[in-house]
Design a binder for this molecule. Structure first.
Ligand code: ADP
Ligand code: ZN
Ligand code: ZN
Length: 687
């Protein structure tokens, strides 16, 4: 489509244009001699309106969007639209101008902090003037020094749980904001709901700076508001989840990526971008600093920050280490329970149960992690062997006792639990395995007789996707967990993240072994970081320091992963994993993409992938890229769609990047109506 306007519009201007019968949002992408000439046979159409009172989207933002589209093999329009707040699509020029005026008025009224432009940073309020520990001091000094380098190297803050990373982020932000009165910073977190404390600490530390949030839990109006504040430069601090990395922030000088290893930084649909990787890209392009932080960095970041060795030039990132907890608090002792010595089917071992009981008697909390929602993962007939298989997926439906349903966690298909076996009528239908719901029930029974120091019965609270569905219900659950009423927390891994529970002294992973032998080569990395992070919840209160314990129930007590865990030795674990990856030629020593396809028949999906890839054989870059045969995905079938995937790998990122667009063209050409969907995932996280 070609569009014209009666005045010259600068590049980056938002416009509304006709498209067929509709009017859609657009961005003037280029101007002057670069703009593409109109093809002779296309009648240009007029731009309906230009949002020219809104500052144009600057070149660096357009460059970022163009990069995302190119790198992740999506269209420019799709990425640009996804990066803009949805409400922009619905407002006309007058409405938007009204919004801008309102926002400006709000800013003026809100007092000196929002006068926006020429403010200087005030000294920190006394209650937050923390004295840095020597290792924090060193990290802050290193960040300050690095920020003066040209170019600024990406930085990885490797600090154990409770080492005070947040304080370092705050200081880094303070440095940047005080150095440049217009500077903006972006702070990325994996999930905003799980880190309300971080937001609070920024609010306390920067009461005079305008801060906004950007995440998917906000209403469209809130998102537009936050986006506009970031775009116009009013907001000095933008705190958000992965989507915020695509916001327009013209004076961006620092990006902080907290828990940089977290898988939720990877978008799993549309443009499957990694917000962490884009933070690195964006910082480099804008000559901003980027600070990644984690107790268990991704192996990619760990590798890129390797120190200079004799035979190696070292990594591009600067690594900053904070190995000690604040106040010399001990890291939790790790206890491994050998489950081969327990009765079969045990979910919570007797020793663990006793330990939980002891904590409760002392007024301390325990946190039990079980990675399975529902009451039991499978229902099974003892007569004919029937199992609660989902008719639409290659997966079992999970038994939820609370509403007596069988629910498929993949497609959502839900029915009431049959009283008798649907196949043979047998009444003896049993559960197999245990989920969080059953664990909660069992704990309530087993701990029935135990009394807290105040004479009350124990409080057991389950926190998982089922109990926290409604708006605000997660916050409510977390508030209860913080209050004195709860002694035992039961939950899935969502509880292991970031939360600062003060009275927890025991954290137990009940069934972590599945992460040891997964076909996904990243499974051990994820397991290790999850366990370290979970352990980090224990013994955080200085008063309880030294009491923290991390329990692991396993059938493989001698596994090297658990050995490294006992010593809290992330570097040793990372080295062992990197050695394996180097030997096997896996990331970060190679680069990958996955092509996925869905069809009614598995064979159709696989044949489509195999045939397309066979056709790339003659392309110049094919020699440098290895394509593996198509295989079924896990689970293979969801909602009656058979899913297949094909792994593509190269030691040259450039060669892979050159091949992918050509492959995209071939996929378009080979696609038949039998192929329901296909997609390309660059740098996939789950293989
Ligand atoms: P991390 O994010 O590295 O796990 P936090 O930033 O949450 O650690 O810090 C752990 C605890 O230590 C927090 O309660 C924090 O307020 C406190 N803390 C951080 N730095 C200091 C300091 N220099 N002096 C005293 N307490 C500190
Ligand atoms: Zn049966
Ligand atoms: Zn299903």
């Amino acid at each position: 489509m070609h569009y014209v306007h009666h005045t010259l519009l600068p590049a980056g201007t938002l416009v509304r244009v006709p498209l067929g019968q509709r009017r859609v949002l657009g961005v003037v992408w280029d101007e002057g001699p670069h703009a593409a000439p109109a093809p002779a046979d296309v009648e240009p159409r007029s731009i309906v309106e230009a949002f020219d009172e809104l500052p144009a989207l600057d070149a660096s933002w357009r460059e970022l969007v163009a990069f995302v589209a190119r790198y992740y093999q999506r269209s420019l329009g799709e990425v640009a639209l996804a990066a803009l707040p949805p409400q922009l699509r619905d407002l006309d020029r007058t409405q938007l101008m009204r919004r801008l005026k309102k926002q400006a008025r709000h800013t003026r009224q809100a007092g000196p902090q929002n006068a926006g432009m020429a403010e200087t940073i005030s000294p920190s309020p006394p209650e937050t003037s923390v004295v840095l520990t020597p290792q924090q001091e060193a990290a802050v000094a290193a960040i300050d020094a690095a920020a003066r380098l040209q170019p600024v190297p990406p930085m990885l803050l490797f600090g154990c749980t409770g080492s005070g990373k947040t304080e370092v982020y705050l200081r880094a932000v303070e440095q940047v904001l005080s150095r440049d009165p217009l500077a903006q910073v972006l702070v990325l977190v994996p999930e905003i709901n799980l880190t309300p404390q971080l937001e609070q600490r920024f609010a306390q530390r920067f009461p005079l700076q305008r801060r906004v949030a950007l995440h998917s839990g906000m209403t469209p109006a809130q998102r537009l508001h936050g986006w506009l504040a970031a775009h116009t430069g009013e907001a000095r601090i933008v705190l958000g989840t992965r989507m915020a990395v695509l916001a327009s922030i013209a004076r961006l000088r620092l990006i902080v990526v907290d828990e940089e290893h977290d898988p939720s930084y990877k978008q799993q649909e549309g443009a499957r971008y990694s917000a962490r990787d884009l933070a690195i890209y964006r910082a480099r392009k804008m000559q901003a600093a980027v600070l990644l932080g984690s107790a268990t960095p991704s192996l990619e970041s760990w590798h890129h920050s390797r120190p200079v060795a004799q035979d190696d030039a070292g990594g591009r990132y600067l690594r900053l280490c904070m190995p000690e907890r604040i106040g010399a608090a001990a890291l939790p002792a790790v206890r491994v329970v050998d489950m081969t010595q327990q009765p079969r089917g045990t979910v919570c071992s007797q020793v663990l149960l006793e330990a939980v009981q002891q904590r409760a008697l002392r007024g301390e909390q325990s946190l039990l992690l079980l990675n399975r929602r529902g009451y039991a993962p499978v229902l099974h007939c003892t007569g004919c062997g029937w199992k609660s298989q989902c008719p639409h997926c290659s997966a079992y439906r999970v038994f939820h006792k609370i509403d007596r349903t069988l629910r498929c966690h993949h497609c959502g298909y839900t029915v009431r639990v049959p009283r008798t076996c649907p196949d043979c009528g047998n009444q003896d239908v049993r559960t197999v395995g245990q989920g969080t719901e059953q664990l909660e029930e069992a704990l309530n029974q087993q701990l029935q007789a135990v009394r807290r120091p105040d004479g009350e019965a124990l409080g057991v609270l389950r926190v998982d996707a089922d109990t926290t569905r409604g708006a605000g219900s997660l916050e409510e659950h977390l508030a209860r967990a913080h209050s004195g009423a709860v002694d035992v927390l039961v939950g899935t891994q969502m509880l292991a993240k970031g939360h600062d529970f003060r009275r927890i002294t025991l954290v137990a992973a009940l069934n972590p072994d599945t992460g040891l032998f997964s076909s996904d080569f990243r499974a051990p990395e994820r397991l290790f970081s999850l366990l370290m992070q979970a352990g980090g919840r224990a013994g955080r209160d200085p008063a309880l320091s030294g009491r923290g314990e991390l329990w692991v129930q396993t059938c493989f007590p001698a596994h090297p992963l658990y050995a490294a865990l006992r010593k809290h030795d992330y570097p040793a674990f990372a080295q062992q994993q990197l050695d394996e990856r180097l030997a096997a030629g896996m990331p970060p020593f190679s680069h990958q993409a996955l092509i996925r396809a869905e069809a009614r028949e598995q064979q159709t999906a696989q044949a489509f992938l195999n045939a397309t890839v066979a056709a790339t054989g003659s392309l110049p870059d094919a020699a440098q890229v290895q394509c593996y045969p198509a295989v079924p995905m896990v689970p293979q079938r969801i909602a009656n769609r058979e899913r297949a995937q094909m792994l593509i790998e190269s030691t040259s990122r450039a060669a892979l990047q050159r091949l992918l667009p050509q492959l995209g063209v071939l996929l378009h050409q080979h696609r038949t109506s039998a192929i329901l969907r296909w997609s390309i995932d660059v740098d996939p996280l789950a293989v």
